[in-house]
Design a protein around this ligand. Sequence first.
Ligand code: ATP
Ligand code: MG
Length: 565
Amino acid sequence: MENKEMNEVRELEATEKVSKNFIEMIIDKDLEEGKVKSIVTRFPPEPNGYLHIGHAKSILLNYGLAKKYGGKFNLRFDDTNPTKEKTEFVDSIIEDVKWVGGDFEDRLFFASDYFDQMYEAAVKLIKKGKAFVCELTAEEIREYRGTLTEPGKNSPYRDRSIEENLKLFEEMKEGIYPDGSKVLRAKIDMASPNINMRDPVIYRVARIHHHNTGDKWCIYPMYDFAHPIEDAIEGITHSICTLEFEDHRPLYDWVVKELEYEQPPKQIEFAKLYLTNVITGKRYIKRLVEEGIVDGWDDPRLVSISALRRRGFTPEAIQMFMELCGVSKSQSSVDYAMLEYCIREDLKLKRPRIMAVLDPVKLVITNYPEDQVEYLEAPNNQENPAMGTRTVPFGRELYIEREDFMACPPKKYFRLFPGNEVRLMNAYFVKCDSYIIDENGRVTEVHCTYDPETKGGNSNDGRKVKGTIHWVAAKTALKVETRLYENIVDEAKGVYNEDGSLNLNPNSITVLKECYVEPSIAGAQAPDSFQFLRQGFFCLDMKDSTPEKPVFNRIVSLKSSYKPQ
Ligand code: ATP
Ligand code: MG
């Protein structure tokens, strides 16, 4: 290889190393040392709500690692706590995981399918003298646990014989004892500085119907015991979770060690994704939904995955966003503007750019023949010529944006005003001669003359205009509704009040009932999206849009407050 080429390869390698996140470095090391042969990761949602953008981070991180290392990625429902779970959420989660790009193929699992193995695992611990049945009340267990500064006290039931523990635990399973009367606890260390290690409860008696196992069980495992077992059963090599589980890792390791798994999974924690001034907490979203402040979990102002999809975000934009966010151990908050940047970048070259008037006022071209309709050629995407062209009907009466005309303009206003000439995008130069107002002084019509020599938007005589405005021919326009969104939170005040209530933005949604769009969108269906020239990106609403009455959501405006580094 030439020297220059070698150097390039080295440079590439160097940048590649730098761009690896800390989890990839751990995996590299585990592979190098032969601790693992191939990678298996999982996304383990509890089916107790809809997924949001934070979960998307976890999905894409786990899926991305499996893909990068040629490994496997599981979707596993962590459905061991039947009180909070609903089947409804299982379906929505499956749809959302797939949509966001977490391709789990046929690797779909339910933790509740492992209840038998978990029971056996508990029996194994008892037999090893590592677990005991305790009859302290929940309150007493709390008292005995100690505090951060004081060690705990041993339970008086801690030294029962193995035989007695086995018998009692089996009786717990048989339903002999009332709910809450007995628990199985791991026997670890009541003096551990880590409170999670002070003989944690691993099984409880609770007669709760389970969506998968019905009434088969009246004892259920606790999360900290169940999760490592689920991981081990599935052969997960790297069990990636968020930072709040860092203090639980010693217990995770204890469980997999005492159960003597040949390939014990390894827990790795990363920082949750937070968006500044954005509500992600299930509790709060639930309240907004229940109080009717938003239109369900998929209200386009929310950041649940279903809401982002309905708003018009794409999986590609969300993937790009996660790449930009990176993975780290330190907690931080990301600006929503960065997500907006990603959707703009994704749609910029992909989606047709069309003309739509959101706040219409009529423009009449007085020297244009009354019944004439002309079809003008317009590029579908100025930045992407490969998208070709289309024809746009033009006529004597058009709609233009109300703000593109001013009777008495300030300086530096280059759009329409009496005496001024502008370019109608893809069409002709028009000059404003007069305008009509109603009794309230509101402009109802703008009258112009056009110059037939300027077809296509350029003059033959070198005459220049400073303003270009968009328009839609009145006769052929499609009337649509558009919905403009702002943050549901009042950003100036911050998300939460001191009493825990939310600061809502009263202008988070603006509904415009009378907008006009060029007819080229006829036949489009949700979630098709378009750039409305000069306005932003808009997507047909999957819930409310019909062919007769199209409804568009503004995904994002064209202006950006975010600059990538
Ligand atoms: P809850 O604990 O209230 O049920 P949760 O958001 O933790 O809420 P889970 O279903 O337990 O819900 O989450 C599934 C996975 O998604 C977990 O591994 C969790 O760590 C991860 N996750 C949750 N929120 C975020 C976030 N904001 N950023 C990154 N990952 C997250
Ligand atoms: Mg959770």
